[in-house]
Design a protein around this ligand. Structure first.
Ligand code: ATP
Ligand code: MG
Length: 414
């Protein structure tokens, strides 16, 4: 029979890929918790309107990347392509405005119908934070500093750079979009097909074009920063001063736009040059108009999302050190002793694996295979003197130790 394949662009997570995801999520939860953010879990399925109303019909995601289905009653439902819209919907549905300001954290699978390639999947995973109800640049500084800290915690210090830009407030954005459109209309015949399609509905997105000729045309285009009105300029300046004060390095990229309708003021991306062309590992910005688009009262927000699969490409397996210890016993009647030693170790948060079958040689082989750092051998002869053998599997050295000293000895080689 023909083997059943996974759906294109999806993949199974196990072994290293799962361990990396687990590590990334654990580091994120621990860190973000310290900043007072609470986790929220929203459904993977939402009404399609949640995304069309928020991301905008002209966004790449809504116009071509969504997985949708129609229920028997004719309702249109979508697999969520990102997390912020669902959080905003949940905020409105549950009347969370009374709890503002709110600091939220989420993680989970997202779905986009894109051409699968390295760092680009159809089912992928994101971690994100949202700071709702604070319209000051302080919130932007905080979320960016959390992102920065998070990437450092993952051991990626030398592997990324931060790019920032300001999209200004609505007034600034409208006047810029107007002039950008006028400029691009004059070059219409030279624009790429994709950019031409975006010209009327989503002209800002053209700034993000990867087409060589588009890039050439854009080098003479009007620049966003010249269109920021004074409150927008002030907001952006304060953000930069704040980042300077915290010693967070950034590069200003006037062409950085986020492809979604709901962004304003701050836009930022953390980019790695070590994983090929899908280099954006974490991206975000301010979205003061979003909650209103979702039917709530005007509420400001700023946040980011990071792609776990792209982060995983940067994380070395070696930092996922396996801290497991294996226990081996030489005869059936020593099983209770093996179990009680294992419980003792686990009660101290040491991962412990008892190996049940095979002779000692095979058992040691298996301990190496599961990448244990050490093995404890429980043997009848040693037990007479209340001793066991502790074998350091990194160099195969072993010694006989008193059971009472077990924890102390294990910690020495942990
Ligand atoms: P890109 O420009 O690479 O398409 P994006 O702007 O669509 O990215 P966002 O919507 O900002 O991405 O999502 C935030 C993060 O989620 C990205 O920086 C990336 O790490 C990750 N991500 C987005 N789409 C995918 C995908 N199809 N597969 C894997 N990770 C993804
Ligand atoms: Mg995309």
């Amino acid at each position: 029979m023909k083997k059943i394949q996974p759906v294109r662009g999806t993949h199974d997570l196990f072994g290293d890929s799962y361990n990396k995801k687990f590590f990334i999520e654990k580091e994120a939860s621990n860190l973000i918790d310290l900043y007072g953010y609470n986790e929220i879990e929203t459904p993977i399925l939402e009404y399609l309107d949640v995304f069309t109303n928020s991301l905008g019909v002209a966004s790449d995601i809504v116009s071509k990347e969504m997985f949708t289905l129609t229920t028997s009653k004719g309702n249109q439902i979508a697999l969520r392509p990102e997390g912020t819209a669902g959080v905003a919907r949940a905020f409105v549905s549950n009347g969370l405005a009374q709890f503002l300001p709110l600091k939220l954290f989420y993680k989970g699978p997202m779905f986009r119908r894109e051409r699968p390639q390295k760092g680009r999947l159809r089912q992928f995973h994101q971690i994100g934070i949202e700071y709702l109800g604070d319209n000051s640049f302080f919130a932007d500084i905080e979320v960016i500093s959390i992102a920065n800290k998070f990437l450092h915690k993952l051991g990626l210090s030398e592997k990324f750079k931060l790019e920032i830009n300001s999209l200004g407030d609505l007034e600034s954005r409208e006047s810029y979009t107007h002039d950008l459109k006028r400029f691009l209309k004059e070059k219409k015949k030279d624009l790429s097909y994709d950019s031409l399609m975006r010209l009327d509905k989503n002209p800002l997105r053209i700034l993000d074009s990867k087409d060589k000729n588009d890039i050439k045309i854009l080098s003479d285009a009007p620049v966003f920063s010249d269109y920021l009105n004074s409150p927008s300029k002030e907001f952006y300046t304060n953000l930069k001063l704040g980042l300077d004060d915290l010693g967070i390095e950034y590069i200003e990229n006037p062409k950085l736009v986020r492809g979604l309708d709901y962004y304003c003021h701050t836009a930022f991306e953390f980019i790695s040059n070590q994983i090929g062309s899908q280099g954006t590992i974490l991206a975000g910005g301010r979205y003061d108009g979003l909650i209103q688009r979702m039917g709530g009262n005007s509420t400001s927000g700023v946040g980011w999302a990071a792609g776990i699969e792209r982060l995983s490409l940067l994380i070395k397996t070696r930092i996922l050190q396996n801290k497991t210890i294996s226990i081996i016993f030489t005869s059936n009647k020593l099983l209770p002793k093996a179990f009680s030693l294992a419980e003792q170790l686990r009660s101290l948060d040491i991962k412990t694996d008892i190996i049940f079958s095979g002779n000692i040689k095979k058992q040691l082989k298996r301990a190496n295979k599961v990448k244990s750092f050490a093995a404890i051998i429980v043997g009848e002869d040693e037990l007479i003197n209340n001793n066991i053998i502790l074998k350091d599997l990194s160099d195969s050295s072993q010694k006989e130790i008193k059971i009472d000293n077990l924890i102390e000895e294990v910690k020495k080689i942990l």
